[in-house]
Design a protein around this ligand. Structure first.
Ligand code: ADP
Ligand code: MG
Ligand code: ZN
Length: 426
């Protein structure tokens, strides 16, 4: 028990209206309140935000939260405002007035703002911001830095953002201010890289299991032709996933558009999402999917961070992901509500060659590619076990509970797509 333990408990119940902590949340809160640097590693949806939002309320002063996306910051501000927690954000799209006000909170010891959200480029590109931050620190009002999606520091992560590299100066400029990094990326490679970049080597790492017991994993044999693929997708969407929402990931923009068009011709309601659509179109597609006007979105990996639909019942990979890390993140968008959801990969040998050529020519991520290859070629070992090994975890064989194709058919996994049978079997 710590001097702040009673306050932690009452804040959890009265402000956040939460009865009990999930794994590692309390450890994270205690370590950051003790002034230690720490990195919290939990799968998406596990509750990382609470680990810095709650401590922010316990003491006078500011928590500066670094976040890579304006939409993520806006979601957070919205949910904090609902709880009557004063918070602000500062970014390139804020008005001049808003940014002025945000800048002032740094030097105003009368402000009631507890959390200030900023994008990482502030630290390199805004002198005003940095000098106010120093004033805030000098006045003893800089409580801590929370760095969300902290894997963005590392080129080994699945979502490298160059601006995150600037954050390395924080531990030198503000040596007594604790840093709390948060990420859903669990590979040890990425974590040690993040520690190096942030200059917090050997800091406390609080990691929960990455097992998602409600996700069913399956590999289906991918037909040789696009028409064949469309047949499979059509059957999946019309029968197995009737009236349910999901995502179909495709390798390229062209694949995306072709598949979406093909599925529409077959009477399915699907949207298309990729980086070459303008922001307005993308947000409309996203919205229609939320409203269930679209059953599925056919997307490239550009459809990713910031998806907050809890009832995604299926994620189908029309082509395998580039690395196991990417696969875990992409498929992990299914079943955030904790109910059963399915992660199906259409796999054929040619796709492995295509991806490996790509990875080789960009010269990197080989280990991570091997993880993906192992997952696809595997016919004997429980698929969760393969994922667990990749994350250096041990989930135990018994945990699967028939939630992967290998465990359902231990002697011969059924990869042919006699789908009517599949529907009955599963
Ligand atoms: P992450 O950042 O890890 O993806 P979030 O911080 O966005 O996850 O939290 C996901 C959801 O879980 C939020 O709706 C949050 O209110 C909820 N949550 C967090 N911690 C708890 C808890 N201990 N008990 C119940 N719900 C929680
Ligand atoms: Mg989060
Ligand atoms: Zn299994």
């Amino acid at each position: 028990s710590y001097e702040w333990s009673d306050d932690v408990k009452s804040t959890l119940e009265n402000i956040f209206k939460i009865k009990s902590f999930r794994p590692k949340q309390l450890s994270a809160i205690n370590s950051t309140l003790s002034g230690e640097h720490a990195i919290v590693v939990m799968p998406t949806g596990a509750g990382k935000s609470l680990c810095y939002q709650l401590p922010a309320l316990l003491r006078p002063g500011l928590t500066v939260v670094v976040s890579p996306l304006i939409s993520l910051m806006e979601d957070q501000i919205r949910s904090l405002t609902q709880k009557n927690i004063p918070a602000m954000l500062m970014c390139s799209t804020s008005s001049k007035d808003e940014n002025q006000t945000a800048l002032k909170t740094l030097t105003d010891d009368k402000t009631d703002i507890k959390l200030l959200y900023v994008t990482p480029e502030r630290f390199a590109k805004s002198k005003r911001f940095m000098s106010n931050l120093q004033k805030c620190h000098a006045a003893g009002r800089l409580q801590r830095f929370a760095i969300d999606e902290v894997h963005c520091c590392s080129q080994w992560g699945h979502d490298f953002r160059p601006d995150y590299k600037f954050l390395g100066i924080l531990s030198n400029m503000f040596p007594k201010v604790p840093i709390l990094g948060l990420t859903g990326t669990a590979t040890s490679h990425v974590l040690s890289d993040v520690q190096k970049i942030l200059n917090i080597p050997g800091c406390l790492v609080l990691k929960t299991t990455f097992n998602r017991p409600n996700l069913f994993y399956q590999i289906l044999e991918k037909p040789a032709t696009q028409e064949g693929c469309l047949d499979v997708l059509e059957k999946l969407l019309k029968y197995r996933y009737k009236d349910e929402s999901g995502i179909i990931y495709a390798h390229s923009i062209k694949d995306c558009e072709d598949l979406a068009q093909g599925l529409r011709k077959r009477g399915l309601r699907v949207g298309c999402y990729h980086a070459s659509l303008d922001a307005d179109t993308r947000s409309k597609v996203h919205q229609k999917w939320h409203e269930k006007i679209y059953q599925a979105i056919v997307a490239t990996v550009a459809f990713g961070m910031g998806i907050d639909k809890p009832d995604v019942r299926f994620v189908i990979h029309h082509s395998i992901s580039k690395t196991m890390e990417n696969y875990y993140q992409e498929s992990g968008r299914a079943g955030r509500d904790g109910l059963r959801a399915e992660c199906v990969t259409l796999y054929r040998m040619q796709d492995l060659f295509r991806v490996s050529t790509m990875v080789f020519s960009n010269n990197g991520h080989l280990e991570q590619l091997y993880g993906m290859i192992k997952y696809c070629l595997n016919v004997k070992v429980c698929r969760r076990q393969v994922v667990a090994e990749y994350f250096n975890e041990n989930w135990g064989n018994t945990d699967c509970n028939y939630m992967c194709d290998v465990c359902i058919h231990p002697n011969k996994i059924i990869r042919e797509i006699r789908l009517e049978e599949h529907i009955k079997n599963l």
